[in-house]
Design a protein around this ligand. Sequence first.
Ligand SMILES: NC(=O)c1ccc[n+]([C@@H]2O[C@H](COP(=O)([O-])OP(=O)(O)OC[C@H]3O[C@@H](n4cnc5c(N)ncnc54)[C@H](OP(=O)(O)O)[C@@H]3O)[C@@H](O)[C@H]2O)c1
Length: 276
Amino acid sequence: MRILLVGPGRAGMSLAMAFSAAGHLIVGVVGRTAKSAEVGAEMVGAAPLTPADPLPSGDLLVIATRDGAIAAVASVLAAGGPEIDSAVHVSGLTPVTVLDPLRRQGMRTGSFHPLQTLPNPEAGAARLAGAYIAITAEEPLRTQLEQLAADIGATPFRLEDKDKALYHAAAAAAANFPLAALAMAEDLFAEAGVPWDAARPLVEAVVANAFDLGPRAALTGPVARGDVATVAAQLEAVRVQHPAWQLGFARFVELLTRLTGRTEEFEGVLDAEEDG
Ligand SMILES: NC(=O)c1ccc[n+]([C@@H]2O[C@H](COP(=O)([O-])OP(=O)(O)OC[C@H]3O[C@@H](n4cnc5c(N)ncnc54)[C@H](OP(=O)(O)O)[C@@H]3O)[C@@H](O)[C@H]2O)c1
């Protein structure tokens, strides 16, 4: 495909590099400024452009600006009457209807959201291989986007606009929430004089178990066992030795008691914690 990228940031350049490596041709990179367009365009051998420039013709326009800028970018580009068959954005939350100005120009519209963290172009392009990609589009664009995902070694799946907010919440729960627990663990280990690297095999085994067994079946530890005295000792140690995490630790314990159906058993220690 001949692909034009708008928004040469983390996600946009990760995708452009992966598309290019898979044999697709990046015909232009549109940046907010000439400088950012040049940097991105050089990485994939494309023409650097700004939104004021006429766009070259192509098969697919990929809009990878931050979510809040997609609508304005779509309007500006639509005003130029682009000769491009289809347009997608790469947001997991934004509905496809945000691209209606382009649809009214006769383009097919959709979204192509990598369910992956893309921190910079090189690491992002590498991580797209093996990632899953949420596709929202009608035929025939849907099949083209599914093929494009497969071309970069990713697995496509279908997502409807109405489910995007919940999907995005799930992605945040999977990608962001564990980091809160890990930041707490890092601090508590440090206070106990234990190096953070010592936790890696444990954490990696837990994540593997969550996919092999399911998150609930993978749960081990004193809450899952109903070992109230052990949890009371943990809560007390955190309160005395790292009080900044007292509330956070107790909240996680409470969540686990709900998950395991043991709220009543642990009510006493959690109430004592609140009173303390
Ligand atoms: N990064 C990820 O892990 C990831 C993963 C999946 C999906 N996404 C999605 O990817 C999209 C972009 O996220 P990101 O993390 O890549 O953000 P980002 O690194 O900030 O990149 C956004 C890029 O768009 C450019 N831009 C903004 N307005 C523009 C305009 N009017 N014309 C041309 N370019 C413009 C920005 O330029 P300036 O820097 O000059 O403003 C920047 O290069 C979002 O929809 C996000 O949900 C991101």
